[in-house]
Design a protein. Structure first.
Length: 218
């Protein structure tokens, strides 16, 4: 059902912390690293699993690792990640209270000279990676999602959608949890420089709708 409530539940409904979460997360990291269920993993440096609180109420999901994420092994550490961090700072969200991940765990790219240029994962590639995202959801047990971009939104929703038409809105995800739809930060980096300030303000307004899910985080 579209248009679900964005009101966060009381802290008493937060799930208890489970023993062994870190060990399970490390096992998941290893399993994704050796995954070859689609061709992307064969060419990537390593998989990039999500990071953050193992009892985060809010899970932010992007598309896939970028060049720097692939090299460093951590999500959202490249140019788009730095823009996301700026947004978190302005919103007063502590990154350690969140869980940040991507729908696809390996970096898909094409070579242009010596540069590795981002290439959007195909539907089948995202579907092959879906069970890893499901594993993260079962491990962290978030109470809501922020879908950053179309690939993330499709993986969380289970069907294609127009991010530009639905941005800033809450939808029911395939996991039965509310999902806020907005742009991936890389979209702002690619946008018209003359409209960058207004695009930034609009993006912050989108994200701010999820603030209630951060206040009682881990």
């Amino acid at each position: 059902m579209e248009g679900v409530s964005s009101t966060a539940p009381s802290s008493s409904s937060s799930p208890p912390r489970r023993a062994g979460a870190k060990a399970t997360h490390e096992a998941l990291r290893h399993a994704t690293d050796v995954c070859r269920e689609c061709p992307i993993g064969e060419h990537a440096t390593q998989s990039v699993i999500g990071e953050g609180s193992m009892r985060a109420r809010l899970m932010l999901v992007g598309e896939q690792p970028g060049d720097q994420e692939d090299l460093q092994g951590h999500p959202f550490v490249g140019p788009a990640g730095r823009l996301l961090q700026r947004a978190l700072d302005e919103l007063g969200w502590q990154r350690e209270r969140l869980y940040l991940t991507n729908a696809v765990k390996h970096f898909k790219f094409e070579l242009r000279g010596k540069r590795r240029m981002h290439k959007t994962p195909g539907q089948r590639e995202a579907e092959a990676c879906l069970h890893w995202l499901e594993s993260e959801v079962r491990l962290v047990r978030p109470r809501a999602f922020v879908a950053l971009g179309a690939t993330a939104a499709r993986s969380l929703l289970g069907r294609p959608l127009s991010v530009m038409q639905l941005r800033g809105q809450w939808l029911d995800s395939r996991f039965g949890l509310p999902m806020l739809v907005t742009l991936h930060p890389s979209a702002l980096l690619r946008g018209d420089p003359q409209r960058r300030e207004s695009a930034w303000d609009a993006w912050l307004r989108d994200l701010s709708a999820a603030s209630g899910w951060v206040e009682e985080g881990a």
